[in-house]
Structures are given as structure tokens and as C-alpha cells.
Write a protein that binds this ligand. Structure first.
Ligand code: ZN
Ligand code: ZN
Length: 214
């Protein structure tokens, strides 16, 4: 069984997640910690729960999702991965920060890339990679079928969807990802988004005003 812990971080109000099992093995997803208190809260939680991080993942590599990559990888010697199609976004994240007047420690390079349908193992639990481009070219979601939840990055939000006007984004591609990958999941799947509150697939199918059929 996985426990999902979330933190809301940085000026972009990004959601950082830690997924951990009963053996305290943990996967860190999108560490967006930016200020001192955010870093302290994050690392104190890991200490207090005696978690043992084993992997760092990025749903995609917009800067608000990787401010904390460098600190996490410095503290824990763990592998780091994202989808290869986001590499150009990753490579420009630091420069993009200058546009926002935001400086942060540059992320180390990934150790490997993840692909559609890969299974990430954490003890007996699994996360399946869904390739869901459109918000960024290499956006992925992490789906836990057994416990009915998905970490959706910036693809799908509570009553909203990710922007598609950033470099490498595409509105039609985004709609395809949502319709064919996310809305193909059971209605009771809980959606933990990159920004905003938790929602559910069935609720978004019924109520999301931005999802149009293709
Ligand atoms: Zn994003
Ligand atoms: Zn974001």
C-alpha cells in the first residue's frame, strides 16, 4: 500500500509528492521546494517518518517542478528520471527561470529516461507510466491501478487542464492525452495534480469545461 503525501510549494503553488510504502521506501515526484521553509518542511517530513527515498521522478520538467531536484539528489544518492521528450524543456528550465526572475540550483542530469507503459516498482506496489504529452512534449502521469490513483502533473487539474502555449506544447495533443489516456481510467481514480486540489476522473469527465472531444 502506498501513502501519498503532498506539499504545495514555490511561487507557482506547485504540488510536490512523496509516495511511500509500509517499509518506508519512498519515491519523490516533482520536488518544487523553493524557499528555506519549504525545504525544511520537506526534509523534516522525510526524517520524521524515517523514509528511505529510492527514486526521484519528474512528471515533466517545467521549472516549478524541479526547483528541489538538486537538493534532493545531493541529500540522497538516488536515481533520477523523466521522459526523454522533455529533455529540451529540461535543458532550457534554468534559462526560463531568468524570464521569471527566479534563480534556483540547476538540476543534475537524469540517470535514465522513462517510457510509456514502464512499471516503476516500489516493493510490492507499482506505478505505470502513461505518456500524456501536450502541456509539455514529454509529460507523463504515474498510475497506481490497485489503489485507484494517478499523479497527473500539469495535464489535468480540478476543473481545468494544463496550458498548451508553452514551448513544445500542443492543445490537440493535450486533449488527446486527456481523452484517450486519462478519461479511459475508471471514474473512481483519484487525480493528484501538479497544481490545485485533488479530483477524480469521473468528476472531471462530467464537469471539466476545458476538455473537448476530438
Ligand atoms: Zn508545467
Ligand atoms: Zn506546473
Amino acid at each position: 500500500m502506498l501513502t501519498v503525501k503532498s506539499f504545495t510549494n514555490n511561487p507557482f503553488q506547485e504540488n510536490t509528492y512523496i509516495l511511500y510504502n509500509e517499509n518506508k521506501d519512498a519515491i519523490i515526484i516533482d520536488p518544487g521546494m523553493y524557499d528555506t521553509k519549504e525545504f525544511a518542511d520537506f526534509f523534516e517530513f522525510i526524517d520524521a517518518e524515517k523514509l528511505n527515498p529510492i527514486l526521484l521522478l519528474n512528471t515533466h520538467t517545467h521549472l516549478d517542478h524541479l526547483f528541489g531536484n538538486a537538493a534532493v539528489l545531493k541529500k540522497f544518492s538516488i536515481p533520477f528520471a523523466f521522459h526523454k521528450s522533455d529533455k529540451p524543456i529540461f535543458d532550457s528550465a534554468f534559462e526560463a527561470g531568468k524570464m521569471y526572475n527566479i534563480s534556483f540550483e540547476q538540476s543534475p542530469q537524469p540517470d535514465y529516461y522513462i517510457s510509456e507503459n514502464d512499471l516503476i516498482k516500489i516493493g510490492d506496489d507499482e506505478l505505470k507510466i502513461l505518456f500524456t504529452p501536450g502541456h509539455s512534449p514529454g509529460s507523463v502521469c504515474f498510475y497506481n491501478e490497485l489503489q485507484n490513483f494517478i499523479i497527473s502533473g500539469d495535464v489535468l487539474f480540478y476543473l481545468s487542464v494544463g496550458r498548451s502555449d508553452f514551448p513544445g506544447g500542443n492543445a490537440d495533443t493535450l486533449m488527446n492525452s486527456i481523452q484517450n489516456k486519462l478519461f479511459a481510467l475508471p471514474d473512481n481514480v483519484a487525480v493528484y495534480s501538479g497544481h490545485g486540489p485533488i479530483t477524480h476522473i469521473g468528476f472531471e469527465k462530467m464537469n471539466n469545461p476545458f476538455v473537448t472531444s476530438s
